[in-house]
Design a protein around this ligand. Structure first.
Ligand code: PDD
Length: 283
């Protein structure tokens, strides 16, 4: 089956799909995006993704984008036309195309692109054996709460992880506290079995997987707190893990080459991973 993309009002063969060379997403990273997981043909936590999308658009003052209802139709149509039962949908909305000028152009209107592809959830082996992360300075801008396409700092960070043979890089602020991964949220479990993740402010993205897992944690009655934690605390944690749409919940068993606890995925992480996967499949 050949791939089909939605570009600014029409469905096109993926190979031919294109945006204008003066699209502001291309020139200024002036746009936002979402990545949805598709499991068993349905979009996982669609409403939470759309809420975050609206917030990102609002924060960047991008007006006139397609509403939730027509967008929902397009998302489903792209999933259907690409025969995606399990995979991801990528949605991007930029401020549009206009002659290059930093200030908002009067004539531009938002340009929406939606693509989808089949992919498997992360290799179950990663869930069974755990993954390693490195830590790097957080060099990003001060509005990481907006899911903007300006990801070059994240790209550099992920590449450092790749070159170090690690799955992810956890970014660290000037006070030595972990903010988040380059495309994931960071979590630890303390010695007294409290699940900890950073609170939400402008320094991190409020992950949809993070929100879904907080809901699961509360429902299942685990102890939970939103606070910052340092690299040192994470290295001495009982358990550590990360979350994202494309990673689900993955146990972290080493940070900068230092083994977490006994170096195998912890029991609480395993339970939360199983509960999250059930939620994604059934939700
Ligand atoms: N990344 N933090 C950052 C910086 C992210 O880019 C992401 C998502 C997350 C986790 O968010 P969620 O649980 O909503 O996926 C946290 C997506 C998957 C990406 O850029 O591919």
């Amino acid at each position: 089956m050949s791939r089909i993309a939605y570009v600014d009002g029409s469905y096109r063969p993926h190979r031919e799909a294109a945006v204008h060379i003066e699209d502001r997403g291309y020139q200024f990273a002036d746009g936002v995006y979402e990545v949805f997981a598709v499991r068993g043909g349905h979009l996982v936590d669609e409403a939470l993704h759309l809420q975050r999308l609206r917030r990102s658009l609002r924060e960047l003052k991008i007006e006139g984008a397609m509403g939730d209802a027509p967008l929902g139709v397009v998302l489903r149509e792209v999933v259907r036309r690409n025969g995606v039962d399990n995979g991801i949908v990528y949605l991007q909305i930029t401020r549009g195309a206009a002659p290059r000028d930093h200030a908002f152009p009067r004539e531009a209107r938002p340009v929406t692109v939606v693509t989808a592809r089949r992919s498997r959830p992360p290799n179950p082996k990663l869930g069974e054996e755990g993954i390693s992360v490195i830590t790097i300075p957080d060099i990003r801008w001060q509005r990481c709460d907006i899911k903007s396409v300006a990801l070059v700092a994240n790209v550099l960070g992920k590449q450092r992880a790749r070159e170090a043979g690690a799955y992810e890089a956890w970014q660290v602020d000037t006070l030595g506290r972990i903010t988040e991964g380059t495309s994931t949220n960071a979590w630890i479990v303390t010695g007294d079995n409290q699940v900890v993740t950073r609170f939400i402010d402008h320094a991190i993205l409020n992950g949809v997987t993070r929100l879904a897992l907080i809901d699961i944690i509360r429902r299942e009655g685990y102890r939970f707190v939103e606070r910052t934690f340092t690299v040192a605390e994470a290295k001495f944690a009982r358990e550590a893990f990360l979350t994202s749409t494309t990673s689900d919940v993955l146990p972290v068993v080493s940070i900068d080459g230092d083994t977490i606890a006994d170096g195998v995925p912890g029991p609480l992480t395993r339970k939360l991973r199983a509960s999250y996967i059930a939620h994604a499949e059934n939700g």
